[in-house]
Write a protein that binds this ligand. Sequence first.
Ligand code: CA
Length: 225
Amino acid sequence: MRLLVVEDEPRISEIIKAALERAEFAVDTVRLRADAREALANTAYDAAILDLGLPDGDGLNLLAELRPAGSRIPILILTARDAVEDRVLGLDAGADDYLVKPFAMSELVARTKALLRRPGAALGTTLKAGNIVFDTIGRDVSVAGVPLQLPRREAAILEHLLRRQGRVVPKSVLEEKLYGIDDELESNAVPVHVHHLRRKLQDAAASAEIHTVRGVGYLLAETKG
Ligand code: CA
C-alpha cells in the first residue's frame, strides 16, 4: 500500500517515512501543499498523512478541496494546534482522524493501519461492530442475533457511527444526518439520541460501545476483552 506524507519539517517527515516503511508501506513525502495536490492528482494513494501548517498554506484548504471533488482517500491530519476547534475544523473538512504533535510513531502507524482497514465497511450494506449487525437495506439492527428496534434518528446515528467505526465523528456531522429526518432540530438532539442509543446497546449486551470525545463528537468502538 502506498501512502503520501505531507510534512514540511524534514526531520519529522524522515522519521514518519521510516516508521511507515518499517510497517511495510511504500511512502512518498512532499513538503508543500501544491506538491501534495499534484501528487494526489497523479497517484492513487491508499491514504495520506497531512500536516496542517505548511509553508504555502493551510493543509485544511487542501482537505476542503479534496472532499467536494469526490476524493474518499483516508486522511490523518497532524497538527501542533491542540485547540479543540482546530480538530473539529479538520474533521468537519473531511479528515478521518487526527494526531496532535508530538505523538508516538507507534501510534501514527496504528492509526494509519486502522484507517486502511475500513474501506470495505464504508461501502458495505451490512455494517458490523462486535455483535452489532446493521443491514442498511432492510434498516434492521440486531445485537447478538436478537433484533433491536430503534427509532429512525437513533438508527441514523448508529449507521453513521458504524460506517466510521473507530474514528471520531463530529457532533456537527451527526446533526447534519438528523436534519434530513427532522428540520427542527433541538440543539441538544444529538446528545439525547446518543444517550438513548448507548443505553439500548448496553441493555442488549452489545460488544461495541459509543464513546464521547468531549467537545468533539462520538466514536463507536468494539469493547475490549
Ligand atoms: Ca508544519
